[in-house]
Write a protein of this length. Sequence first.
Length: 137
Amino acid sequence: MTLQEKLVDARLLTPYTAEIAIRGKFECEYCGLKFLANVENYKQWEFDHIKPVAKGGRNDLANRACACRTCNKTKLDFDPSEIASTREGMIQVAWEFILQRNAETEKDYLSKYRELLRAQQSEVERTHSAALAAATD
């Protein structure tokens, strides 16, 4: 019995999703997250349309990839087929797009959140220090 048949027989995957999972080595084909490493990773497991259906992508095996939720949501409707023609090339182009979007998110949002929280924490510490100083006088 093949691995695909065993996965289907165990009612873990359908024949279609088993083929995608096996080809993807049970990892995110973009970032390499190993879905079977732990529960948190397993819960990230999704199946992506490499070329989005909304942009003419088909729902066939060649256009499907294992993806973690983070990569899948970051990629959204980006169409790597506008830049690359092979499946491997499209995966690489999509990964580069995901990295770029992650860098933009870091710059435009996360760094600003951290800066505001550091300023707030500093204000709390100053207020606390002033209260302690006043209490000891």
